[in-house]
Design a binder for this molecule. Structure first.
Ligand SMILES: Cc1cc2nc3c(=O)[nH]c(=O)nc-3n(C[C@H](O)[C@H](O)[C@H](O)COP(=O)(O)OP(=O)(O)OC[C@H]3O[C@@H](n4cnc5c(N)ncnc54)[C@H](O)[C@@H]3O)c2cc1C
Length: 387
C-alpha cells in the first residue's frame, strides 16, 4: 500500500502538535491535518496554568506530575521561549469554613501523589499575594508549578515537529476514516485521501465526531469557558490563582447548592501574563459549541475578581473571549489505542488541563505507537474504558 505518512494526526491543537513532535523525534514520518490553522482550537482561547493543585487526585494528578516535570527544559528542547514561569506557585483562597473543609479533604488526596500542596492562613496567603482581600478565610497553596504561554507552546511544538520532518496541512478537514475490516488505512479529507499505518484523533472538543467517522462512540463534549483580559498593569501578582470554588466545582459539584452557580460554573481564575495584562476567568458551561461571551458571565467574573482583589476595581478590562474544554464524564483524558480498530488512537478529552498535560500525552502516545508499550502506563486513560 502507498502511504503518505507513517502516522496521521488529525487536529493541530496543542495535543496534536505535541504528538507530532514526539512521534517525529522517535523517527516516524508524521502528517498533521488541521481544518483551520494551528492554535485555532482551545490553545488559542485559554489561560496557561501548569499547576498540581487543579488536578484531580489519583490518576490525573500522577500523570500531571510526569508532565509538569517535562516543562522545566521545554523551551530549550523546542528551541523557542514558551514563557514558562516556574515556581510562581498556585493558590486558591477560601471564603468560609465549609470551603476550607472541602478543600482540605481534596488536598489530602492530592498529596498522595507526593506533591507539595497545603492549607495556609489568610495572613500567610497575603504575605505571598499582598493584594488579596484581608477578610478571606485562608488558602490552599502549592509552591511549585507555574504558568506558560499556551499559544507560544503550541507553535513551539509545531515548529520543532516541522524541523524533524513532520508535515502540516492546514485548511484540510478530515471527513472520513478509511478502514479495511478492523484496520485503519488512513483518512478522507476535503482535499483527498491520505494513507498511513496509524491515525491519531487529536480533535479536542470535536473528537467525538472524528471518532464516530471510525464507527466509535467517545463521550467527549465541549465545556465552554469565558475569559476576560485587562489592560497591562505593573507587577500585581506572582501566583496563578483560583478561588476555592474552582476546585469545588471541578471535584465536588454535589456540595454546591446554588443552581445558578452550578449552571454557569463560574469561579475565579486569575494570572498575570508577561505583558502585564491579567487573564481573568472563567465559567464551565455545557452549552454545546457556542463560543459567545455573555454579559451575565462577564459581570459575575469581574465581581468575583474584585471580591478577591479589591484593587482591581480601578483596572479596565479590554477584551473577552471564550474557548471550549474537551470534557469527559470521568474527568480523565482519553489517550491510547482503540482495541476495536487497529491503528486508531485517541488523544483528546483533556478538559481544563490540556496545556499542562500536553507534553506527557504526546510523549507517551508516541511511545505506545512506536514501541507498542509506553514508559508510564496509559491504562487509566485508555479509550477502551468507554467501549
Ligand atoms: C477557558 C479555558 C481555560 C483553560 N485553562 C487551562 C489552563 O489553565 N491549563 C490547562 O492545562 N488547560 C487549560 N484549558 C484547557 C486546554 O486549553 C485544552 O485542554 C487544550 O487546549 C485542548 O487541546 P486539544 O489540542 O485537545 O484541542 P484543540 O486545541 O481544540 O485542537 C483540536 C483541533 O482539531 C481540529 N479539528 C477538529 N475537527 C477536525 C477535523 N475533522 N479535521 C481536521 N481538524 C479538525 C480543530 O480545528 C482544532 O484546531 C483551558 C480551556 C479553556 C477553554
Amino acid at each position: 500500500m502507498n502511504r503518505d505518512a507513517d502516522v496521521i494526526v488529525i487536529g493541530g491543537g496543542i495535543i496534536g502538535c505535541s504528538a507530532a513532535y514526539y512521534l517525529s523525534k522517535l523517527g516516524k514520518r508524521v502528517l498533521v491535518l488541521e481544518r483551520e490553522d494551528i492554535t485555532r482550537g482551545s490553545a488559542g482561547a485559554t489561560d496557561g496554568v501548569v499547576g498540581y493543585h487543579t488536578k484531580k487526585p489519583g490518576h490525573q494528578m500522577d500523570l500531571a506530575v510526569q508532565s509538569i516535570a517535562m516543562f522545566e527544559n521545554l523551551s530549550e528542547e523546542l528551541g523557542m521561549d514558551i514563557e514558562y514561569g516556574l515556581r510562581c506557585g498556585g493558590m486558591q483562597p477560601v471564603e468560609d469554613k465549609m470551603q476550607w473543609d472541602i478543600l482540605s479533604e481534596i488536598v489530602e488526596e492530592q498529596r498522595k501523589s507526593g506533591v507539595d500542596i497545603h492549607m495556609i492562613s489568610i495572613e500567610e496567603a497575603r504575605q505571598i499575594e499582598p493584594q488579596l482581600a484581608p477578610d478571606l478565610y485562608g488558602a490552599l497553596y502549592s509552591p511549585t508549578g507555574g504558568k506558560v504561554n499556551p499559544i507560544r507552546m503550541t507553535i513551539a511544538y509545531f515548529r520543532a515537529a516541522k524541523r524533524l520532518g513532520a508535515e502540516f496541512l492546514t485548511e484540510t478537514e478530515v471527513t472520513g476514516i478509511l478502514k479495511e475490516g478492523s484496520c485503519v488505512l488512513g483518512v478522507q479529507t476535503d482535499k483527498g485521501e491520505y494513507r498511513a499505518d496509524a491515525v491519531v484523533n487529536a480533535c479536542g472538543s470535536w473528537a467525538a465526531f472524528t471518532a464516530r467517522m471510525a464507527g466509535i462512540e467517545m463521550p467527549i463534549k465541549p465545556r465552554k469557558g469565558q475569559l476576560i483580559v485587562t489592560e497591562p498593569i505593573g507587577p500585581f501578582m506572582d501566583c496563578t490563582l483560583q478561588c476555592a470554588r474552582y476546585n469545588v466545582i471541578k471535584f465536588r459539584p454535589e456540595t454546591i447548592k446554588d443552581p445558578a452557580v452550578l449552571k454557569m460554573g463560574a469561579s475565579l481564575s486569575i494570572e498575570q501574563t508577561e505583558s502585564g495584562g491579567l487573564i481573568i476567568g472563567s465559567t464551565r458551561e455545557l452549552v454545546g459549541y457556542d463560543r459567545e461571551n455573555t454579559l451575565e458571565a462577564i459581570e459575575t467574573i469581574l465581581k468575583r475578581a474584585v471580591r478577591f482583589f479589591p484593587a482591581l476595581k480601578d483596572v479596565c478590562f479590554i477584551r473577552a473571549f471564550a474557548g471550549l474544554r474537551p470534557y469527559t464524564p470521568d474527568g480523565l483524558p482519553i489517550i491510547g489505542r482503540v482495541d476495536a480498530l487497529e491503528g486508531f488512537y485517541m488523544a483528546a478529552g483533556h478538559e481544563g488541563d490540556g496545556i499542562a498535560l500536553a507534553p506527557v500525552t504526546g510523549k507517551l502516545l508516541a511511545e505506545q505507537i512506536v514501541y507498542g508499550k509506553e514508559s508510564y502506563s496509559l491504562e487509566p486513560f485508555s479509550p477502551n474504558r468507554f467501549l
